[in-house]
Ligand binder design. Structure first.
Ligand code: MG
Length: 179
């Protein structure tokens, strides 16, 4: 296969494609922010939904995160269309418990703000609150084997970002904006 001669990428188009595909697959920023609120409300009583949304947006600006989202959604779509090679097709289509690459891909998102996101990632994966419950509905014809972990990972990464930022605030650093 030859590579496209018109190969051209820019950061903005990748960010836009990511947003567009998340929306097409039924996931919105407020829904992810709800997970962040669920994870962090007991630690930061003054935390608002708007603040959580801003943290989620900050996570979504990271290229590593966008890459993981686009890759995961693509694999979910190919599974829905029955276009993967067997036995990968069956494993992804049925969200096979021993497959595990969906979680591994999502960890590249959790890692963006360091390892403190791991606990939160495991926690929402176990409890599946809000949008995660919907994505895990097996009666649905859609396949979200990758997307559910990705959404949990974005919430976990945003939670880590909150922890880092609040620490900086306590120490009196003004810090950069939500990078
Ligand atoms: Mg999964």
């Amino acid at each position: 296969m030859t590579k496209s001669a018109s190969y051209q990428l820019n950061s903005r188009s990748i960010a836009e494609a990511t947003k567009e595909w998340m929306t097409k697959r039924g996931v919105t920023t407020p829904q992810i922010a709800e997970l962040v609120m669920f994870l962090q409300k007991d630690y930061y009583p003054g935390l608002t939904p708007e603040e959580c949304e801003a943290y989620v947006e900050a996570v979504l600006t990271k290229r590593e995160v966008q890459n993981a989202i686009l890759t995961g959604i693509q694999l979910d779509l190919l599974a829905e269309e029955g276009k993967l090679l067997s036995p990968l097709q069956e494993m992804i289509e049925n969200d096979e418990g021993l497959y595990g690459c969906d979680e591994v891909l999502a960890l590249s998102i959790v890692n963006v703000y360091g390892s403190i996101g791991f606990t939160n990632f495991g926690y929402v994966d176990k409890l599946k609150p809000g949008i995660l419950k919907k994505l895990n509905d097996k009666h649905d014809a859609a396949c979200h084997t990758f997307l559910d972990d990705i959404v949990g990972a974005i919430a976990a990464a945003a939670s880590s970002r909150i922890a880092h930022r609040k620490q900086a605030e306590r120490e009196g650093h003004i810090g950069p904006p939500l990078d």
